[in-house]
Design a protein around this ligand. Sequence first.
Ligand code: 8X3
Length: 253
Amino acid sequence: ESTSTIRRAVVTGASSGIGAASVRALVADGWQVVALARREERLAALADELGEACTYQVCDVTDESSTQAAVDAVLAGGSVKALVNCAGAAIGKDPVATANLDDWRDMYELNVLGTLRITQKLLPALKRTEGTVLVISSTAGIEPYEGGAGYCASKFAERVMARVLRLEQIGEPVRIVDISPGMVATDEFSLKRFHGDADKAAAVYAGVPNPLKAEDIAECVRWALDQPDTVDIDSIVVRPRAEGSYTKVYRER
Ligand code: 8X3
């Protein structure tokens, strides 16, 4: 069997949101998936739901030894054809003048350095299979907005990392794909951003007719990975129809 026919993917941030939806979409499309996240009980439930096509490893991408152990376990289990980087979060929405440094540090550790860490560790294995590094970045990495400086800066950094990796790997047998979602209503994104304040989280989506769902982004992931190895879906920007930009959102009142 040629290596290019083995469809085994690693998905980070797999316990919720776009990560969990991507695991489900890939398994439905015939992939073997190793789901990575910190919360073991959620991973176990996902693996239980999806059967033997889905296995999991507990992994905190902000932690070096946790990530190394997960990567070692993944590689001991076989080859890897895709890495889907979904682990990420927005933490806080304060103006620059009063922003919490710990929030910024946590976002940099997770969104930037966490993505870098696991991508570095799996890159050699991905090149052996003509594989793909996929990054779920954000429209916040394209267009900054008030209150979003820390998150936007981390997502700009993540997109730059993906862009430069793509340039550096030209001629090598690996694809780099960036998917930049706009407003996606997941269970935890805005709750996390507002440190658990459910009213503030709900207000983000108030009156917006159809925010994107995690499944909409998972379909982009599935489709991008399903292209021939030599076709690189370089960048996808996807927003709900009602969102023209972060500051131009249609709301029914
Ligand atoms: C996209 C979410 O809040 O920046 O990652 O529109 S937001």
